[in-house]
Write a protein that binds this ligand. Structure first.
Ligand code: 7TS
Length: 404
C-alpha cells in the first residue's frame, strides 16, 4: 500500500494553489509532475559534473559520460532489453517514431502496407503518412469497436495483405484502452511484419518487458514518467537498428569522415548525433529509479482504485457519457455532458483549481469515430486521491449547472 501523504510530499507542485484553490492535477496523460529527487538531480548535474560527453579526456567529461551511460544501463534493465546499445536516448516519443519511420523509407517499396490503429495519437499517424507519401506504400487502419477496443479479427484480415510494418500504441491516450500488444506482436511477426509499440501512455503505469513482448521497437517519453521534458527512449532490436540508416548526421555518429565518404559509428552512437540532452538523459534514470521505488504494483493498485471510483462517481451525473469503456483500461476518463462543449467545462474546472485536458487530445480520428468535437479528459496518476476525485465531481456538477 502507498503512503499517499508521503508520496504527495515528494512533489512540491502538488501543494501549490491555482486560482486560490488547491491544485488538483488530473492532466497526467499530457505530462506527469516531478518529484524533488528529479528536480534536485538536474541542479546537481549542472553544479557538479556538467561537461560534454564521449569526447573529453578530462575528468568532468568522464564523470558526465559515466553518468549518462549508467542511466542507459538502468533503462536497459528497466525494459529488460538484451543490450544497452539497443536503448537510444531521444527527445521523446515523437522523435523516436520519426527516427524509425524515416529509416523505413529506405526499406519500403510502392505497394507495401503499413498498419496503424484507429486509436493512435497523431504522432503515431502522421510520420507513417509521410513515409507512405515518400515511398508509395499504403497506410491501412485497424478498426475499433464502440468501447474503444481494437477489433483483432479485422487486424488478422489486414495482416493477410502485404504488410511490412505495424505501429500501434500500448495504451490509448484519449480513451485509456490497453491494447493486447503481446498478441498483436506475435501476429505481426507471423505475417512477416515488423512492429513498433508507442508506449508513451503505458510506461507511467507498467513496466514493459521488451524481450518478453518481442517487439521490434518500443518508444516512450521521459516527461510522462516523472522525468524531464525533452527526454525519451527508443528501444530497437539490434538487428533492426543495424539495418536502419542514421536519422541525423553530425558529430558523434561517425567512425570516419572525409569529403569523399563517411562511415558511421556503432550503436547506439549511430543514432545519437550531436550533443544530446545530457542532464535530461541522466535524470531520466533518476526518474526510473523513483518510479521503481514507488513500485509498479502499488502504482497500479492506486490508479485502478481511482479509475473505478471516478468512473462510478462521474456516471452518477445525469447526461454524462464516458468515451472509452474497454475491459482493459488505465486511469483515464474521457467524458462529455449532453449539450455542453468540453472546453467550457475545462475552463470552469480551471477556475476551481482542477487541471484537465479538453479537446481532441491529438487523436482527431477517435473524435471523428464518435462524432464529437472532443472530450474532457481526467487522467490520474498514483499521487492522486479519491478526495481529489470528489472535488472533480463537485466541480463538474457545478459546471453543468452553470452551463445548462
Ligand atoms: N503517443 C501517445 C500515445 C501519446 O499520448 C503522446 C503524447 C505521444 C505519442 C507524443 O509524445 P511526445 O512526448 O513526443 O509529445 N500525449 C499527450 C497527451 O495525451 N496530452 O498531451 C500529450
Amino acid at each position: 500500500m502507498l503512503d499517499i501523504n508521503k508520496i504527495r510530499s515528494d512533489f512540491p507542485i502538488l501543494s501549490r494553489q491555482i486560482n486560490g484553490k488547491p491544485l488538483v492535477y488530473f492532466d497526467n496523460g499530457a505530462t506527469s509532475q516531478k518529484p524533488t529527487v528529479v528536480i534536485e538531480a538536474i541542479a546537481k548535474y549542472y553544479e557538479e559534473i556538467n561537461a560534454n560527453i564521449h569526447r573529453g579526456v578530462h575528468r568532468l567529461s568522464q564523470l558526465a559520460t559515466d553518468a549518462y551511460e549508467q542511466s542507459r544501463e538502468k533503462i536497459r534493465a528497466h525494459l529488460n532489453a538484451a543490450l544497452a546499445h539497443e536503448v537510444l536516448f531521444t527527445s521523446g516519443t515523437t522523435f523516436g517514431i520519426n527516427l524509425v519511420s524515416n529509416g523505413f523509407a529506405s526499406i519500403l517499396k510502392p505497394g507495401d502496407e503499413v498498419l496503424v490503429s484507429a486509436l493512435e495519437h497523431h504522432s503515431n499517424i502522421v510520420p507513417w503518412q509521410m513515409l507512405c507519401e515518400r515511398t508509395g506504400a499504403v497506410l491501412k487502419v485497424i478498426p475499433m469497436n464502440t468501447h474503444g477496443e481494437l477489433i483483432i479479427s479485422e487486424y488478422e484480415k489486414l495482416l493477410a495483405g502485404n504488410v511490412k510494418l505495424v505501429a500501434v500504441n500500448h495504451i490509448s491516450n484519449a480513451l485509456g484502452t490497453v491494447n493486447p500488444i503481446k498478441e498483436m506482436i506475435a501476429k505481426a511477426h507471423a505475417a512477416g511484419a515488423a512492429i513498433l509499440i508507442d508506449g508513451a501512455q503505458a510506461v507511467p503505469h507498467l513496466k514493459p518487458d521488451v524481450q518478453e513482448l518481442d517487439c521490434d521497437f518500443y518508444v516512450f517519453s521521459g516527461h510522462k514518467i516523472c522525468g524531464p521534458t525533452g527526454t525519451g527512449i527508443l528501444y530497437g532490436k539490434e538487428a533492426w537498428l543495424n539495418k536502419l540508416p542514421p536519422y541525423q548526421g553530425g558529430g558523434e555518429m561517425i567512425k570516419e569522415v572525409s569529403f569523399e565518404k563517411t562511415t558511421y559509428a556503432e550503436l547506439p552512437h549511430k543514432f545519437e548525433a550531436g550533443t544530446p540532452n545530457i542532464a535530461g538523459g541522466i535524470v531520466l534514470g533518476t526518474a526510473v529509479d523513483y518510479m521503481n521505488a514507488v513500485g509498479f504494483e502499488n502504482i497500479q493498485q492506486q490508479e485502478s482504485e481511482l479509475l473505478t471510483y471516478g468512473t462510478q462517481k462521474l456516471l452518477e451525473i445525469e447526461g454524462l457519457t464516458i468515451f472509452g469503456t474497454a475491459k482493459e483500461k488505465t486511469s483515464v476518463i474521457s467524458f462529455n455532458i449532453n449539450g455542453i462543449h468540453p472546453y467550457d467545462i475545462g475552463a470552469i474546472l480551471d477556475k476551481m483549481g482542477i487541471a484537465v485536458r479538453t479537446g481532441h487530445h491529438c487523436a482527431q480520428p477517435i473524435m471523428q469515430f464518435f462524432g464529437i468535437p472532443g472530450t474532457v479528459r481526467a487522467s490520474f496518476a498514483f499521487y492522486n486521491t479519491k478526495e481529489e476525485i470528489d472535488m472533480l465531481v463537485t466541480a463538474v456538477k457545478k459546471a453543468k449547472m452553470m452551463l445548462s
